[in-house]
Write a protein that binds this ligand. Structure first.
Ligand code: SF4
Length: 435
């Protein structure tokens, strides 16, 4: 039998086949379907329309509902969306519903899923959100789907999928202290462009990847969609298994898979991480890459550290290293992705101060766990760009209007670069701030 890539192997197993080829169309079983407050109501509508008003979801333990986008707002439509989820979860007796205003509330779905043990190697995860690809960091096939497909998965537990061909990105070397996974993925997107991986799997490999912790691997996989990728994936190692085994909801059995020796990759690029530099994506596209040294000194109005890309503990530890004992020069917004991370900011210390104290004493503003201004949201959303401001952000998209105002200019960067820039009010190289 011909050798297969990791993505092909997962799809083959879920199609009940020994082997698939890129371009094959197959039915695959879903292990998890995730939805949230923006797309959940539409998905539920499609499900009811096609399966009947009294239909039951295919498995009440495999539909995971995580309200996260427009949460801390007075906007009536946004609140109504959460009510729709609440009603549906009660009616269907959904086991994993992380409701707003309860101790179960989590925050950003892509970080909540692994924290709550819904990501496992070898599985298939569908989500009604393009950044569902984040969970590829756990060695699974994870991809975003639209409401129509999701409504079908909700009732049938399977989906018709075309097998993507796989691109391979190999990182070698020890990551220097001024670089993060965000720099690596912005470098990749800058190299291949926003459509460089359209409907392809992006597999990450090499000692430079396996030296990253699981949160940094999530950052790599999170932004494959910004290159058009169908999914991002990293074969599991001990780091992955240690994380999954601690959290695995329902202690489900799973199978770790890896690409076969001799598997065919449609494209391969090798990076030496020791030779890379901190980078930003300039307005208005994630592939508009520049080295920080090229845009150093560009004036800014605001800094934002949060989202599924840049609101994890690793991101805040990095930002705190720079902000400790300093004062920010521009409005700086800190948004933990989840309630677990928000608690982590209260518990974890850096030289005698909690991370939360580090940020507050630097003059930053601290928000509640959610997507907050990453997707703009209603006008009362924490950190939203309500004017044509220039902002440097750890988020993943900088298209016009993405964080609010259509004329705002958003620079995407690592938490180190964003924190360094917050102190000076201009785009700043973290190498100038790290001791
Ligand atoms: S944090 Fe941003 S990118 Fe992530 S799920 Fe929320 S809106 Fe989407």
């Amino acid at each position: 039998m011909a050798a297969q890539t990791l993505t092909e192997k997962i799809i083959a197993r879920h199609a009940g086949r020994q082997h698939v080829e890129p371009g094959d169309n197959v039915w695959i079983d879903a292990d998890i379907l995730m939805t949230h407050d923006v797309c959940g109501p539409g998905t539920i509508g499609v499900f009811k329309q096609h399966f009947g008003a009294n239909a039951k979801v295919w498995d009440r333990e495999k539909v995971v509902i995580i309200p996260d986008h427009y949460i801390f707002t007075a906007d009536k439509m946004a609140n109504r969306n959460v009510d729709v989820l609440r009603q549906f979860a009660a009616e269907q007796n959904i086991k994993y519903f992380y409701d707003v205003g309860t101790p179960k509330y989590k925050g950003v779905c892509h970080i909540a899923l692994p924290e709550e043990g819904h990501t496992r190697p070898g599985e298939v995860l569908f989500g009604t959100d393009s950044h569902t690809c984040t969970a590829g960091a756990f060695g699974e096939f994870a991809t975003g789907i639209g409401n129509t497909d999701a409504g079908f998965v909700m009732g049938a537990g399977k989906l018709w999928v075309k097998v993507p061909s796989t691109m391979r990105f190999v990182f070698h070397g020890q990551l220097p202290p001024y670089l993060m996974a965000k720099d690596l993925i912005l470098a990749v997107i800058g190299d291949i462009g926003c459509d460089g991986a359209t409907y392809r799997a992006m597999e990450f490999d090499g000692d430079g990847v396996y030296a990253l912790n699981i949160e940094e691997r999530m950052t790599l996989c999170n932004m494959v969609i910004e290159a058009g990728g169908k999914n991002g994936v990293i074969a599991p190692d001990k780091v992955t298994l240690d994380y999954v085994n601690k959290r695995n909801a329902g202690s489900k059995p799973f199978t770790s898979l890896a690409s076969d020796t001799g598997a065919r990759f449609i494209f391969e690029k090798v990076y030496d991480v020791t030779k890379l530099e901190p980078v930003v994506a300039k307005p208005h596209s994630p592939d508009n890459r520049a080295r920080v040294s090229e845009v150093k000194g560009t004036k800014l109005d605001r800094a934002y550290i949060g989202s599924c890309t840049g609101g994890k503990m690793t991101d805040f530890r990095a930002a705190a290293r720079i902000l400790k004992g300093k004062t920010v020069k521009i409005d700086t917004f800190i948004v933990p992705a989840t309630s677990e991370i928000a608690q982590g900011l209260k518990n974890e210390t850096l030289n005698g101060q909690t991370l939360e104290e580090v940020f507050l004493s630097a003059g930053a503003k601290l928000g509640e766990p959610s997507c907050a201004a990453c997707l703009g949201g209603p006008s009362d959303t924490f950190g939203r760009l309500n004017q044509a401001l220039s902002c440097i952000s750890t988020t993943n998209r900088n298209f016009p209007g993405r964080m609010g105002h259509r004329e705002a200019r958003v620079f995407l960067a690592s938490p180190l670069t964003v924190a360094a820039s917050a102190i000076t009010g201009t785009i700043t190289d973290p190498r100038d701030c790290l001791q």
